[in-house]
Ligand binder design. Structure first.
Ligand code: DX5
Ligand code: ZN
Length: 217
């Protein structure tokens, strides 16, 4: 099956956000990946609600919102109201993850949990059946344009094996350093949603870069 493609708006030209969102609208992308960084959970700050609302105003595709923030519960409702369709929280940022996941679902959004490179997929065993998606970080979160970490493949194999027992329909998203070279192996290992920032927006033809990823199995 073809992967879903979620271009990361973090790599867009923020002075031309409407143009870049419209490029995604016209492309073969399925979602728009929106990276939220708070300068505490990760050593970088990206943007907040006014920018998400501006993206939502022009987007014709679902917003896939990746929260790299501490205490995400405090802001879930605001992210839903700003237009998020999928909300991802970090395992490492949630003390009461089950409660957080239920809160996301109660807001009418798809619930997803992200794992940092050092976090084992087996940490999710008890909650897997409640999740719509797991996001495997293939770089340390905080910045676009980093080098892909090869241990990601092993985690994908472990997660797909665990899913076959607990949650066969789970979406598995990979985020960080994804490009046309590693996409086929990621898909073969079980990834079915690919986030791509630099490999799309640094390309001379971003729309074609998205199409190439979409057909890269
Ligand atoms: C990193 C973000 C990623 C980032 C991906 O913390 O979560 O979504 O935008 O960018 P690339 O594809 O350039 O690694
Ligand atoms: Zn992300």
């Amino acid at each position: 099956m073809k992967p879903l493609i979620s271009p990361s708006i973090l790599a867009a030209d923020f002075a031309n956000l409407q143009r870049d969102v419209e490029m995604i609208n016209q492309s073969e992308a399925d979602w728009i990946h929106v990276d939220i960084m708070d300068g505490v959970f990760v050593p970088n700050i990206s943007f907040g609600f006014p920018v998400i609302q501006a993206i939502k105003k022009h987007a014709t595709k679902p917003l896939d919102v990746h929260l790299m923030i501490t205490e995400p519960d405090r802001y879930l409702q605001q992210f839903a109201e700003a237009g998020a369709s999928i909300i991802t929280v970090h395992f490492e940022a949630c003390t009461h993850l089950h409660r957080t996941v239920q809160a996301i679902k109660d807001l009418g959004c798809k619930a997803s949990v992200a794992l940092n490179p050092h976090t084992s997929v087996y940490q999710l065993e008890s909650i897997l059946s409640d999740l719509d998606m797991v996001l495997i970080m293939s770089v340390n979160p905080g910045f676009g344009g980093q080098k892909f970490i090869n241990a990601t493949y092993r985690k994908l194999h472990q997660l797909t094996t665990m899913c076959s027992e607990y949650r066969p329909e789970l979406l598995i998203e990979v985020d960080g350093g994804v490009n046309l070279q590693n996409a086929p192996e990621l898909i073969a290992a079980g990834a079915n949603v690919l986030v791509a920032g630099n490999s799309v927006f640094a390309d001379a033809n971003p729309k074609l870069a998205i199409a190439n990823l979409k057909h890269s199995e």
